[in-house]
Design a protein around this ligand. Structure first.
Ligand SMILES: [Zn+2]
Length: 251
């Protein structure tokens, strides 16, 4: 299982694309979140591998996590894509995406030569598509966000989406090889978001081998990056890192 970090930024960072991660397994290719600045970054990071995408998972309905879908889908239409596409998300995913397409490019879907299937996901559910097992739990975020655990090829990956850890997400992440967690601030408490400290503690408690921190607040990343890297270097028995766009990690 391989993760490619197309984007690693928060919502409004002018230098980093929104957090969006391509996960490739032996049987499937899927994208975790697709915010407004993600599609171009995904092309830059993954090239033609984007054309093999089977599934897109949307963790929650903030624009920096799904407003990139029209650009991604319309380019697929222009490229004559034939491969079916599954879009997974919380209750209402079909209506949300259809409304978004209707506002952005209302005539494009009629030209699509591929089928799009919508799959609703909920906390505590377990589903399986294309050889990938999906499990979900709610994190603590103002817009309810479904963290996801992916299992394939005997490996597991956890992605928080946005939000502070909860008891449910701690259980979900237990035993995952890679934890990808949002960390909005360095330490302390921020309503609805995690911190570097809480994400590292979360990954250590999960027994993860590696922890990638994403979605760092743009001001923190600009002014406190050295302090963040110093904190990562202090971890033991856990490879903690701050990925850049285009970085890959194999689990
Ligand atoms: Zn959010």
């Amino acid at each position: 299982m391989r993760a490619t970090f197309a984007g690693v930024g928060e919502a409004f960072d002018e230098t980093l694309p929104n957090t969006s991660i391509l996960v490739e397994t032996d049987t499937a290719s899927l994208l975790l979140d697709c915010g407004f600045t993600a599609p171009g970054a995904l092309r830059r990071a993954a090239g033609d591998a984007v054309l093999d995408l089977d599934m897109i998972y949307i963790s929650h309905y903030h624009g920096d996590h799904y407003f990139g879908l029209p650009a991604l889908l319309v380019r697929f239409i222009e490229e004559g894509r034939k491969r079916p596409l599954k879009i997974l998300g919380k209750t209402g995913i079909r209506g949300r995406v259809n409304r978004l397409m209707d506002m952005a490019y209302p005539n494009a879907p009629s030209r699509a030569e591929f089928e799009t299937y919508f799959i609703e996901c909920g906390p505590g559910e377990e589903i399986r598509h294309a050889g990938v097992n999906f499990e979900f739990a709610l994190g603590d975020h103002p817009m309810p966000c479904l963290a996801v655990r992916l299992t394939a090829d005997g490996k597991s990956l956890y992605y928080s989406g946005d939000g502070r850890p909860t008891d449910a997400t701690r259980s979900l992440a237990a035993g995952c090889g890679l934890v990808i967690h949002e960390a909005f601030v360095l330490d302390g408490e921020t309503p609805g978001h995690g911190s570097v400290d809480s994400a590292l503690a979360f990954a250590a408690e999960a027994g993860a081998h590696a922890c990638a921190l994403v979605h760092l607040n743009r001001t923190v990343r600009r002014n406190q990056k050295d302090a963040v890297l110093a904190r990562l270097a202090e971890t033991h028995d856990l490879h903690a890192f701050l990925p850049e766009p285009g970085d890959t990690f194999t689990i």
